[in-house]
Design a protein around this ligand. Structure first.
Ligand SMILES: O=C(O)[C@H](O)[C@@H](O)[C@H](O)[C@H](O)COP(=O)(O)O
Length: 243
């Protein structure tokens, strides 16, 4: 697990965009395609807009990039909270990504069915290939969740790769998420975390004693490749080991 700490959020975003391009090009050269599971929430929107900008758009053969989602809210794909809609607006539409290259969660089904269907879609895509995303992009919630691996949820105890539905009692909503074993099978995992509001969670996840019920993001560490954290100074402010 490597920490990459930058002065500002903009520097973090550019560093992660460069990292994305490097891995995409290497994956396409090695295997003819690049599979990436996108993060939702607000942090990555700027990353997707940067990747779709003239600074980066020409650096990747997007026809060989296959987009998945690390998690999704149980809302229609036209809903303002949809991770798919955010990525469509910030990344897919500006880059004219073919629908054949986009694998979204079908939230027209009940959560458990939507999760099972998404897992089946993933397994079918990888077919006989090694079931391993080239890159999983993740954020970090201020309660130390990542994807939709929230504190005190049953999915935290999964031991085999899969996709599960998650009930959030406090928000009274369902989510669908890749579980930790599936995320950890990725060749590369990159956390994008910026802003002072994440400093406490960053310290809990990276420096506190293991407590996956409280700090689920502690579950995440690639078992086959690299796990990189891309942070700005405010988000890293509580890290003691840096002092
Ligand atoms: O669907 C989601 O919301 C994300 O997958 C989630 O895990 C996100 O990364 C964190 O909640 C941080 O969200 P922000 O980037 O909005 O702080």
């Amino acid at each position: 697990m490597n920490l990459n700490i930058f002065n500002t959020a903009d520097e973090v975003l550019m560093a992660l965009a460069d990292y994305f391009v490097k891995i995409a090009d290497a994956s396409i050269s090695a295997r003819g395609k690049f599979t990436v599971a996108l993060s939702g929430g607000s942090s990555p929107k700027k990353l997707y807009e940067l990747l779709a900008s003239t600074s980066y758009a020409d650096q990747v053969d997007w026809t060989k990039v296959y987009f998945f989602f690390g998690d999704e809210r149980n809302v229609p794909q036209t809903h303002k909270d949809s991770n798919y809609l955010m990525a469509k607006t910030a990344l897919f539409d500006p880059l004219l990504i073919s629908p054949a290259n986009i694998f979204a969660v079908d939230t027209t089904f009940e959560p458990a069915d939507a999760a099972a269907r998404y897992w089946d879609m993933i397994a079918t895509f990888f077919d006989e290939d090694e079931l391993s995303f080239d890159l999983v992009l993740l954020g970090l919630g201020d309660n130390s969740h990542t994807a939709s691996l929230f504190p005190h949820t049953p999915v935290l105890h999964d031991t085999t790769p899969g996709v599960k539905e998650v009930w959030l009692e406090d928000q009274q909503v369902w989510r669908i998420t890749l579980n930790a074993p599936l995320i950890n099978d990725a060749r590369y995992i990159a956390f994008l975390v910026y802003g002072e509001g994440k400093a406490i969670a960053v310290h809990h996840v990276l420096e506190d004693d293991e407590d996956i019920e409280e700090y689920p993001a502690q579950l995440i560490d690639s078992i086959v490749g690299e796990t990189e954290w891309f942070l700005d100074e405010p988000a890293a402010a509580n890290l003691q080991e840096l002092e």
